[in-house]
Design a protein around this ligand. Structure first.
Ligand code: COA
Length: 260
């Protein structure tokens, strides 16, 4: 797999996808969005990949937004397609069936924040800045930001961040539940890989059940969501890993999950 705007590296069962346009602070143009979609599709299809880490190249940015230069060339119809392309990527990440961790190593603005919010977990460096500054361009978020920000941080914070367009620092993002952890930037990669390794060693069907029950079931209303949870719960009983996990507990030994 080779990409113009991404680099891909496998570290055991962890696939690291890096948006690689550091001279443009990893801004998302059409090519990058399409390549990310293809890269996540490949990660989903590769059984050996258990966890994906998504990050941005260079010391300054995770992703500084949708590519503003490219956006100036779009007609309204093309803008709708651009928005749909971004939204489709975010849905693919959310529904990947494998955990995706955003390693937020600097600016995560606009489409960058939307990308981070579509991931299942977010770890930010202490110098990260997150925000939805589209209002300053006479725009609004178009890759799902209004909806995911509302769900993650609530209406008050969503309105504040989108209406004022002022980026927030990592501690405030943590207080708003927009990131799961904040760590010193020198420790960001090690901490992210530690978390990814823990997830890579977990029973993959149980991981998938949790991801699906929360991301898909969580959008369905309580009754339908509970029913969906029961289906995911029941499915786990078909796996060797469930037998291994429960019998290891009862035998007071460490479980060894095989992914079956
Ligand atoms: N789209 C296109 N190019 C972008 C970009 C974006 N979202 N964000 C940064 N870049 C480019 C800059 O144009 C510049 O390119 P150049 O060197 O060819 O002129 C390069 O990346 C470096 O950015 P620069 O602005 O010089 O860095 P900075 O450290 O002074 O500022 C930011 C960093 C993040 C504060 C600033 O780049 C910024 O505000 N970016 C836009 C954020 C935004 O509005 N995102 C939402 C888009 S919908």
């Amino acid at each position: 797999m080779s990409f113009e705007t991404l680099s891909i590296e496998d570290r055991g069962a962890i696939r690291v996808i890096t948006v690689n346009r550091p001279d443009k602070l990893n801004a998302l143009n059409e090519t990058t969005l399409s390549e990310l979609d293809a890269a996540f599709g490949a990660a989903a299809d590769t059984a050996a990949v258990r966890v994906v880490v998504l990050t941005g190249a260079g010391p300054k940015a995770f992703v500084a937004g949708a590519d503003i230069a490219q956006m100036t060339t779009l007609s309204p119809i093309q803008a709708r397609d651009f928005s749909r392309l971004g939204q489709g990527l975010m849905r693919r990440i959310e529904g990947l069936g494998k955990p995706v961790i955003a390693m937020v190593n600097g600016f995560a603005l606009g489409g960058g924040m939307e990308l981070a919010m579509a991931c299942h977990l977010r770890i930010a460096s202490d110098n990260a800045r997150l925000g939805q500054p589209e209002i300053n361009l006479g725009l609004i978020p178009g890759f799902g930001g209004t909806q995911r920000l509302l769900r993650l941080a609530g209406r008050s914070a969503a309105l504040e961040l989108c209406l004022l367009g002022q980026p927030i620092d990592a501690p405030r993002a943590l207080a708003l539940n927009l990131v799961n952890r904040v760590v010193p930037s020198a420790e960001l990669e090690a901490e992210t890989m530690k978390l990814a390794s823990q997830l890579a060693a977990a029973a993959p069907q149980a991981v998938r059940g949790i991801l699906d029950a929360i991301t898909i079931g969580g959008e369905a209303g309580l009754e339908a969501g509970l029913d969906y949870e029961s289906q995911c719960f029941a499915l786990a009983f078909s796996t060797d890993d469930m037998k291994e996990g429960t019998s290891a507990f009862l035998a007071r030994r460490k479980a060894e999950f095989t992914g079956r």
